[in-house]
Design a protein around this ligand. Sequence first.
Ligand SMILES: [Cu+2]
Length: 296
Amino acid sequence: MRKIAFLLVLAAMLLWTSAASAHMLWLNLTESNSHPPGHVLASIGFGHALPLDDFLVGSHGAIKIDKYQLVSPDMEKQPLGLPETTNYPSEESPLKASVTKGDLGLRKITLSGEMKKGTYQVAAESVPIFFTQYLDKDNKERMAPKSIDQIKGISKVLLSIKYQAYAKTFFSVGEWSEPKPMGYDLEIVPLTDLSDVHVGDLVDFMVTFRGKPVNSDGQKIHYLTAMSNTFGGPDGFHLGDMLIDGKATYRMPAAGQWMVNIFYSQEVANNPDLADLKGRCGIVHTAASVSFDVNP
Ligand SMILES: [Cu+2]
């Protein structure tokens, strides 16, 4: 039953009318230095509004986390434990509001003097999902959370999608070092020290798909968007920079938590880079985000 509910919200989520209605996946990080050597708290954000919007499985969208990790400057990985996606029943209250328990991957990472200096990444990636809408042998419309090659008796494929999302955030111990790519299909790497960004500073990002810089050309324009809970977010808009040779730049206009995000969609047909997905799906939707703080 839970699986069916998950699939229904997934189907709803995939019927995006625009990227603005799509749910984003991101990571939150707060640093606490009151008790040296300090700690950080990490959590997973999902939905539309920073820092926390909704649970990972809800009535408006759903995502399953595959990996949630702390990564050292030299790419040693420590699993943080997957968030529970149990759908706890809502408790009705006499206040006419219902209360639901949940888990957004809240983790405390206590620092120590023996840690390697440099930039640590907190990274999450979703379970890749296939979704196919098709006509069966009797021309009846059906949906399945599978790739085309896993379904028997298709007479016509109406829509077939692969979807995956990646999210990263960073903190530095001692000093910032340029974070290495995680090796994700869609990867955003900051080219600027994100541990000390102030209003008015320029920040640069490199965006790659399967290792190649994402470019805008005569066929397609790709944007990296940026939004904050202090700028754009509350009014429902974001800043956007067109990706040229993978690069996007912003001059940060306000202090607060910021998230850069990209939704990257490609057709599998005639794309030699996606040859491994041929016969499995028609469209690949991939999302990636990086979140960071801007100081006044
Ligand atoms: Cu929503």
